[in-house]
Design a protein around this ligand. Structure first.
Ligand code: ADP
Ligand code: ASP
Ligand code: MG
Length: 595
C-alpha cells in the first residue's frame, strides 16, 4: 500500500479548527488507499513563546533544558491531532520523537539525526492507524530529549519519508508553494511549479525560510520528492525534485537575509594557515560563518572578510581580535548594518552575463555592493540594510522572476509520486542506510587548473563598479567563473575573478583599461591558478568542512589565495603549481566522508 508523509507547520495547526482541517486531509489520504504518517509542529507561535519564557528566566538557559521545554510544543500538537482524527471516526496514534526512535547526537538545540527505527510506526500503520509524529525532536544515546533546530519539523518529515521509503512527502504550510522570493517580502513573487534539490538547498540556506535546509539535504541524499503546498486549499504546490523548473533559466529564485554583520580582517600575512587560525577560533565558539571571502591583497597581505548573523557579532569579534593579534594582522573592521541578497539558479553554471545583470540592476538603483561571492549556482552580494528591500526588488525584476519561464519543464500528471514500481523492501539495506543519516557526504573533489586570476585593487566603494567591470569582460567574450569582492582598507574594494587561461591577456587588458577609466588599480594577475573544490551534502551544517580543508592545505604548506563557499561546495584557489598536491591532500582529509 502506498505511504504518504504529511507535515503540517505551526500556522497550519494554530487552532482547533485548523487541527481538524489538517486531520481531514490525513483521513482523506487514508481513504484514498494510503498509509499515512503525519508530522506536526507546535501550534502557531508556541515555540517562540517558549523561547521567550526561557529568556525571561535566564540569559543563558542550559541547552538541555531548552530542548526539554521546546519539545513540549510539538507534544501538545500530536495529542490534539490524534484526538481530532479519533473524533472523525478513524484510528490514530501519536508519538514523541523518542517513541518513534529518532536517535540524534547530543548537540542540544541543533541535534543531527543518527538513525530512525521504523518498526513501531510500521506496526501502527499495518494496524490501520494514522501515525502522528512530533516534529523537530529526538533523543540522544542517554535518552535526553533533543531538538533539531528552528524549523526542524521539515527535517523530521523528510527523514521519516526516507526511513519509511514513502511514496510522497507533502509539506503543508501557509503559502501555496515555493515562490521566486518570499511573497511576504515581495508581492510580485511567483510560485514555481518545480525546483531542484540543489537550488532549494541554496535558497533555503540563503534565507528562503519556507523549508529547513537540512530537510533538503535529506531529500537529495535519499531521493525523496517533496511537495510543498497550502494547508488551506487543495491546489498543487511546488515539487522539489532532482530537476529544475526550466533548465535554460539562469536564475530561479532570489533571497534576502536582513540581519547580517560583516567582519574584515585586514592585512593578514599571506601564508599557509592564516584562514585556519581565524575560522577555527570562530568555530570553537559555535558560531556559523556565512559568506567567506578571502581576496588577494597587496604586498603579500590578504584581507579576509566574512559575514555572521548580527546576533553573533559580539562573540565573533572577540574570536577575531584574538586571531588577528596572533597572526599580526593590520586590523579588524566590522559593519552590523548589512543584508545579503542572493540569486540562485542551475542555469547560471553554463551561462554568461548573470553576474553583470545583477550588478547592473543594483547600480541603476544606486545600491553599493560591499562584498561579492559566487558559486556555480549562486551569486551573493552584501548591501547596506537600508537599501536591502529595494535591492531585492530590482534584482527580482532584472531576472524577470515574476514571469513564467519560457521553457518550463514538463511535469507528469502525477509528479508527486515516485516513478516506477518499487523493489521489494530489503530491511537490512534500509537499516544500513539509516545509520549516520545526517553524516557529511562528499560527492566529489575536483581540481580545475585551467584558469587564471585577475585582481583589480583600490576599486572605489561606489555603485556601478562591478557592473562596469563584468560588462566589459563579457563584451570581450570572456567567461568568468569565480568572483570575489571584499572591502579592504580606506574604503576601497578588491575585486578578483577567474577566467580561462587562454583569455587572461584579454581580461587583463580590459581590466587595465577600466581601472584607468575609474582611476583605480593596480591590476594584478596569476597566469595559472588551481581551483580546488569539495562538493557534497552537509557542507554548511557540518561547519568543520571549510576548516578541515584549510587545515589539510595548511599542513601541506599550500597557501590559499581566494575562498568561495556555498551550501553544496567549498572552493579555494591556490597557486597553479600546487594543484595536484592540494587535491591529494584533500582526498586524504575527506577519505572518511566519501560516498
Ligand atoms: P511552517 O510553520 O508551515 O513551517 P514557515 O513559516 O516555516 O511555515 O514557512 C512558510 C513561510 O516562509 C511563508 O509564510 C513565507 O513568508 C516564508 N518564505 C520565505 N521565503 C519563501 C519562498 N521563497 N517561498 C515561499 N515562502 C517563503
Ligand atoms: N516548532 C519548531 C519551530 O518553531 C519546529 C518547526 O515548526 O518546524 O521552530
Ligand atoms: Mg517551517
Amino acid at each position: 500500500m502506498p505511504l504518504v508523509v504529511q507535515k503540517f507547520g505551526g500556522t497550519s495547526v494554530a487552532d482547533s479548527q485548523k487541527i481538524l482541517a489538517a486531520a481531514r486531509k490525513a483521513v482523506r489520504a487514508q481513504q484514498e488507499g494510503n498509509q499515512v504518517v503525519m508530522v506536526v509542529s507546535a501550534m502557531g507561535k508556541n515555540t517562540d513563546v517558549l523561547v521567550d519564557l526561557a529568556h525571561q528566566i535566564s540569559d543563558h538557559p542550559p541547552a538541555r533544558e531548552m530542548d526539554m521545554l521546546l519539545s513540549t510544543g510539538e507534544q501538545v500538537s500530536v495529542a490534539l491531532m490524534a484526538m481530532a482524527i479519533d473524533s472523525l471516526g478513524c484510528r490514530a496514534i501519536s508519538f514523541t520523537g523518542a517513541q518513534i526512535g529518532i536517535k540524534t547526537d547530543s548537540t542540544h538545540t541543533k541535534a543531527r539525526i543518527h538513525s530512525i527505527s521504523a518498526a513501531r510506526m510500521r506496526q501502527a500503520l499495518d494496524e490501520g492507524k494514522i501515525v502522528i509524529a512530533a516534529g523537530f525532536q529526538g533523543i540522544d544515546e542517554d535518552s535526553n530529549i533533543t531538538t533539531l533546530g528552528r524549523g526542524g519539523s521539515d527535517t523530521t518529515a523528510v527523514a521519516l519519508a526516507a526511513a519509511l521509503e514513502a511514496d510522497a512527502c507533502e509539506i503543508y504550510t501557509d503559502v501555496d508553494g515555493v515562490y521566486t522570493t518570499d511573497p511576504r517580502a515581495l508581492p510580485e513573487a511567483r510560485m514555481v511549479r518545480q525546483v531542484s534539490y540543489d537550488e532549494m538547498l541554496e535558497l533555503a540556506s540563503l534565507g528562503a525560510g519556507v523549508m529547513h535546509s537540512r530537510s533538503i539535504e535529506f531529500a537529495k541524499k535519499f531521493s525523496v520528492p517533496i511537495h510543498v503546498r497550502s494547508s488551506f486549499s487543495d491546489r498543487p504546490g511546488t515539487m522539489i525534485t532532482a530537476l529544475p523548473e526550466s533548465p535554460g533559466q539562469p536564475v530561479s529564485g532570489a533571497t534576502l537575509v536582513k540581519n547580517e554583520a560583516r567582519v574584515a580582517i585586514l592585512g593578514v600575512p599571506d601564508r599557509p594557515g592564516s584562514s585556519l587560525a581565524i575560522f577555527s577560533k570562530i568555530a570553537a565558539r559555535n558560531i556559523s560563518v556565512d559568506m567567506i571571502v578571502q581576496n588577494v591583497g597587496d604586498h603579500a597581505k590578504a584581507d579576509i572578510s566574512f559575514t555572521v548573523l548580527r546576533d553573533d557579532l559580539v562573540s565573533t569579534l572577540e574570536a577575531v581580535q584574538e586571531a588577528a593579534a596572533e597572526l599580526g594582522a593590520e586590523g579588524v573592521s566590522h559593519d552590523d548594518k548589512v543584508s545579503k541578497i542572493s540569486v540562485v539558479g542551475l542555469g547560471m553554471a553554463t551561462q554568461t552575463g548573470v553576474a553583470q545583470t545583477m550588478f547592473r540592476a543594483l547600480a541603476e538603483a544606486g545600491v553599493n555592493i560591499q562584498m561579492i561571492t559566487t558559486s556555480e549556482i549562486k551569486i551573493s552580494v552584501l548591501v547596506d540594510r537600508d537599501q536591502a528591500q529595494n535591492a531585492l526588488r530590482v534584482v527580482h525584476r532584472a531576472f524577470e522572476l515574476e514571469k513564467e519561464p519560457r521553457a518550463a519543464a514538463a511535469q507528469s500528471a502525477d509528479a508527486t509520486r515516485l516513478p516506477g514500481p518499487k523493489v521489494a523492501r530489503d530491511e537490512a539495506a534500509i537499516v544500513a542506510r539509516l545509520s549516520g543519516m545526517e553524516d557529511l557526504t562528499i560527492d566529489d573533489m575536483m581540481l580545475d587548473d585551467t584558469q587564471a586570476r585577475v585582481t583589480i585593487g583600490g576599486v572605489p566603494d561606489a555603485p556601478g563598479m562591478a557592473a562596469s567591470v563584468f560588462e566589459g569582460i563579457a563584451a570581450a567574450g570572456i567567461f568568468v567563473d569565480m568572483i570575489v569582492q571584499s572591502l579592504g582598507r580606506a574604503g576601497h574594494a578588491n575585486l578578483s575573478f577567474t577566467v580561462p587561461q587562454a583569455a587572461l591577456q584579454r581580461a587583463v587588458a580590459t581590466a587595465t583599461e577600466l581601472a584607468g577609466q575609474f582611476g583605480c588599480g593596480p591590476v594584478t594577475n596569476s597566469p595559472r591558478v588551481a581551483k580546488l573544490s569539495v562538493s557534497g551534502i552537509g557542507m554548511r551544517s557540518h561547519t568543520g568542512v571549510a576548516i578541515r580543508m584549510f587545515r589539510a592545505l595548511s599542513e601541506a604548506g599550500i597557501n590559499v589565495a581566494m575562498i568561495n563557499t556555498s551550501e553544496v561546495r567549498v572552493n579555494v584557489v591556490v597557486d597553479g603549481a600546487a594543484g595536484q598536491k592540494g587535491l591529494a591532500c584533500l582526498q586524504a582529509a575527506f577519505a572518511d566522508a566519501q560516498r
